[in-house]
Design a protein around this ligand. Structure first.
Ligand code: PA5
Length: 314
């Protein structure tokens, strides 16, 4: 897994270089829904955080049903690395019924079968034999490529010049043994960190968006102690002065909780958010290894799928 995490910048570039053909009618939409679960669905959150130039709403749908407003004016991007996730497959059926402009992304599975059989636009993730959350570079940049090809966003070059591996090791040491509470103005990064800590490191964690946390979460700060770490994921170039002051305030009232700050690096917003995603992925991996956990295996997720859907859907 470590090599694959290290390969993140190349994966992003490789996926963006792939070709995709989409019908011209796919430009004629007024909203985007990204349907998926877990490590596949986070793509939608990351895109929402990066591309604030998008002219219409982008909704991430993580359930069996699409939002009721999905219609023929909806670009529906269905992502499942395995191609066999039941919730995502149900949303595809829903999207076909509702006549959404539908695109599929997977490395295999029923999703691929459905899209091929119906001759619907499909983006194959060529990287097989890995796991969804490790394929993030491929999943993310296939989706970015789709939006770029349709003219909804503009990506000039993919530059991830700074490598966070060393700093990520330091952060791992600081937070090991604590319950991390993650704060950020980028919900996608905070959520990704939390879910990676769950799936790779097998620890509990939670995340809160800023400034929303200032209006609720802080009332529970009295119960913080040395067992908690407060992790502030920051972007100096994209932080209002009120956010900087709010973080100062949070640090003052942090009680005995450990305070850790992670600062983004890079020129563009794209580069800075990708740096942060890469950073937290490294931390979740190192934390797993430090504590003797297998980051690759997600036994409970596997058992849940088996229990609820039976073996064929694994
Ligand atoms: O990271 C993981 O392994 C999970 O969160 C999966 O992404 C989730 O179970 C959905 O599977 P898939 O991404 O194959 O649709």
């Amino acid at each position: 897994m470590l090599d694959e995490i290290r390969n993140f910048p190349n994966a992003c570039k490789e996926a963006f270089e792939e070709k995709i053909k989409l019908p011209a009618s796919y430009r004629n939409v007024n909203k985007i829904i990204i349907a998926g679960m877990g490590g596949s669905s986070i793509v939608g959150d990351i895109i929402s955080d990066i591309f604030d130039e998008l002219k219409f709403p982008i909704i991430v749908s993580r359930s069996y049903n699409l939002p009721h407003f999905a219609d023929e004016k909806t670009l529906l991007i269905c992502i499942s690395y395995s191609g066999n996730t039941k919730e995502t497959l149900e949303q595809i059926k829903n999207g076909i019924r509702k006549k959404c402009r539908i695109v599929g992304i997977s490395s295999n599975g029923k999703l691929m079968e459905i899209f091929n059989r119906r001759k619907l636009p499909f983006f194959l993730i060529k990287k097989s034999n890995t796991i969804p959350r490790v394929a993030i570079g491929y999943l993310l940049f296939s989706t970015i490529k789709i939006l770029h090809s349709l003219g909804f966003i503009k990506v000039d070059k993919i530059n991830i010049a700074n490598n966070p591996e060393k700093d990520a090791k330091d952060v791992t040491k600081k937070i090991n043994g604590t319950f991390p509470i993650i704060y950020s103005v980028y919900p996608s990064v905070a959520k990704r960190f939390k879910t990676q800590l769950n799936e790779n490191s097998k620890i509990q964690a939670r995340w809160e968006a800023l400034p929303e946390a200032l209006h609720n979460d802080i009332e529970a700060f009295g119960s913080l102690n040395e067992k908690f770490s407060l992790i502030f994921i920051r972007d100096k170039l994209n932080e209002r002065k009120e956010i900087k002051k709010s973080i100062e305030f949070l640090k003052r009232i942090a009680n005995k909780a450990k305070v850790v700050e992670i600062f983004s690096k890079g020129k563009s917003k794209l580069e800075r958010i990708l740096y942060l995603i890469w950073f937290v992925d490294f931390v979740s991996y190192f934390l797993a290894i430090e504590n003797g956990m297998n980051p690759q295996e997600t036994l409970n997720i596997k058992k849940f799928k088996e229990f609820v859907y039976g073996k064929p859907n694994l």
